[in-house]
Write a protein that binds this ligand. Structure first.
Ligand code: ZN
Length: 116
């Protein structure tokens, strides 16, 4: 993402100071994901964000929202996982932002616990 696109991107997000989520304020598709127009294509805003700050998403992997908020674009809330793992987490993480442990948005897999 070049600087111009980044400024455009930044204008479409709003920081939620409680959850730390970067909430997408522009177009949301019917799956609940933000849409961002980049390089002549509609891209999912959380994927654009992750790739900009964290680098390329490994081939074949989905991005899981650790905060369970699909409209969130905070790269720190995103983790590349296999589709199988993502679906599995989606089923167990249905309590949303109130979830604990591995589904807490600030869960650190290296520490195996939630960072407070
Ligand atoms: Zn988030």
């Amino acid at each position: 993402m070049n600087k111009k696109a980044l400024i455009r991107f930044q204008k479409k997000i709003e920081l939620d100071i409680i959850s730390g989520c970067w909430l997408w304020k522009a177009h949301i598709n019917h799956y609940g994901y933000g849409q961002f127009w980049l390089d002549g294509d509609h891209r999912k805003s959380h994927r654009v964000s992750y790739e900009h700050w964290n680098g390329k998403i490994p081939d074949g992997l989905d991005l899981d929202h650790l905060c369970r908020n699909r409209a969130c674009c905070n790269p720190q809330h995103l983790e590349p996982v296999t589709r199988k793992e993502n679906i599995c987490r989606g089923m167990t993480g249905k309590h949303g932002k109130h979830s604990k442990g591995k589904h807490h948005w600030n869960y650190n897999p290296k520490l195996e616990r939630v960072r407070r």
